[in-house]
Each structure stands twice: as C-alpha cells, then as structure tokens.
Design a protein around this ligand. Structure first.
Ligand code: ADP
Ligand code: MG
Length: 267
C-alpha cells in the first residue's frame, strides 16, 4: 500500500521496495560503548513494514542508543545495519547507500521537538524544502495534508508555545510525515503527557502505520498501549535484547525474570 502523501520526484533518493511483512530494517551484532560502559552488546533487531515495535526496558538499558543508531545520530562501534535490503552501515561506518535512504527515517523525541520561534507551518516546511527540494507552495500543501492526518489542521499558524503537550507531539509527528518516512522512531514521545492525551497521540501512530504502511519503533512506559497496539515487543536489559516476541507472549507467557520485575515496577 502506498502512502497518501507521495514523494516529490525531485528528491534523489532510492525507491523503497519492501512491502508489508518484509524487513525494512535489519540490524545485526550492533555494539556500542561509552568509555568502558557497554551500552549495546551484540544487538540483533528487525523491523517489518507495517509493524509497531514497542521497546521497553529500564532507564539506561540502551533503548535510545539503538534508535539513535538506526536514525544515524549515533555510530555503532561494530555491527551491520540493512535498510530495505541494502547495507547502510558496516565496518564501523555508513555506506554510500545511507545518503539515499536517510530521508525515509524520522525520529521524534520526548521534548524540544519543534522550533519555538517558528509557527507550525514553518516548522513543517523547513526540512522538505531543504532536503527534498520542494517549492514553498508545494511544501505548504503538504503541511496542510500532514496536519490533517494528525487532526491538527486548525493549528497551521500556531506557535509551539500556544499548543498543549499532546498537540505539540502531534505536530512533531506531522513534521516527520512531511518527509514521507518509511521508518518512524519515537523515543518516549508520550512520557510527559497525561494518559488520555498520550493515548490520543499513540492512536494517531497506530492509524498511520495502518494507512501509510510504515514501520514504527516506539520506546514507551505505556504497558497498556504495548499490550494492545504493539505487533512486536522488545525488552532491553543491560544493553541486550532479552525478549523479542509478541506482546501477548511477553506479558502473559514469558518467564524472563527481569521482564517480570520491570513490568511489575512500571504498572
Ligand atoms: P535508555 O534510552 O534505555 O534509557 P540510553 O541508550 O539512553 O538508555 O543510554 C544507555 C547508557 O549509555 C546510559 O548509561 C547512558 O548514560 C549512556 N550514554 C548514552 N549516550 C551517551 C553519551 N553520548 N555519552 C556517554 N554516555 C552515554
Ligand atoms: Mg532513552
């Protein structure tokens, strides 16, 4: 299924061929240390098109480091990353293919996601004008479409300070959508929100993955969402993926003692 927001022909990027159920991202043997602290120890991780992968685990277990490595914000010390069947990281560096796929990867953070001195429209059109070479009118048209997708049409010219936390995160999702991403990496984007507002933001993500056929990775402490909406559940423990299965299996049948401890602690 193709997304409703199509990519402009001007962008010199690869056409993504992975379809629903196929691996969009495939990481093998990722390692990362900060000083003598091993933050990722041999991490293998796949993400399928059309899946929401929820990542849980204690603070400091390496969740953000994995997302940042996939987004190109952190360089692993070792391992390999494939995107759409092509090697994008190997031998401790990004390959030339990285340049052709990185605009398909969007990352959203817990806070500071929008430029405070620009209105929502300006926040949205900036990257596609610069990176995809869109003209201003075309970019504005896309901004309107993206905002409509997250139910924020009325806020085209609002400033971030005028928005609630949930609205800000929905605007951040809209901004990511401007690039027609295939991969959305969401790092605790609802952690600062009240539960009903968080649920609304997560609902937007769920609808998007269904309608746009993108792969979503979501770091969250929201166990209700994890068990209800995740297709895969990944539990990080001390830099390793300790559990990687369906949410039902993870929450109801896993005998991993660390996972049990973690779930009891956040519930
Ligand atoms: P999580 O997202 O699961 O809380 P992180 O991936 O952010 O964990 O961090 C894992 C560990 O790596 C933490 O101990 C953190 O302090 C450390 N770390 C992360 N980024 C850096 C950095 N840039 N420099 C030094 N240490 C870092
Ligand atoms: Mg983190």
């Amino acid at each position: 299924k193709t997304g409703s927001i199509s990519r402009p022909k001007t962008a010199a990027v690869r056409t993504i061929t992975s379809t629903v159920g196929e691996a969009l991202v495939s990481a093998r043997g990722l390692q990362k240390s900060f000083g003598d602290r091993q933050v990722m120890k041999n991490v293998d991780f796949d993400m399928l098109v059309g899946d929401i992968t929820v990542i849980i685990g204690k603070s400091g277990s390496g969740k953000s480091t994995l997302l940042r490595a996939l987004a190109g914000l952190t360089e692993p010390d070792d391992g390999r990353i494939m995107f759409d069947g092509e090697v994008v990281f190997e031998d401790q560096k990004r390959t030339p293919m990285w340049q052709e796929v990185d605009s398909y990867i969007g990352m959203i953070f817990q806070s500071y996601t929008l430029w405070p001195h620009m209105d929502v429209a300006k926040n949205l059109v900036l990257a596609p004008m610069k990176k995809l070479g869109l003209g201003k009118d075309e970019a504005m048209e896309r901004a309107k479409k993206s905002l409509a997708e997250v139910g924020m049409s009325q806020h085209l010219h609002s400033r971030p300070a005028q928005l609630s936390g949930g609205e800000r995160q929905r605007a951040a999702i809209a901004r990511a959508l401007m690039m027609s991403p295939k991969l959305l990496l969401c790092d605790e984007i609802t952690s600062a929100l009240d539960p009903p507002v968080a649920a609304e933001v997560l609902g937007v993500l769920r609808r998007l993955k269904e309608e746009e056929g993108i792969a979503v990775a979501l770091v969250t402490h929201d166990m209700a969402f994890a068990s209800k909406a995740a297709d895969r559940l990944v539990f990080f423990h001390e830099g390793e993926i300790a559990v990687n299965t369906t949410p039902d299996e993870a929450f109801n049948r896993s005998d991993n003692p660390e996972l049990k401890k973690f779930v009891d602690a956040v519930r």
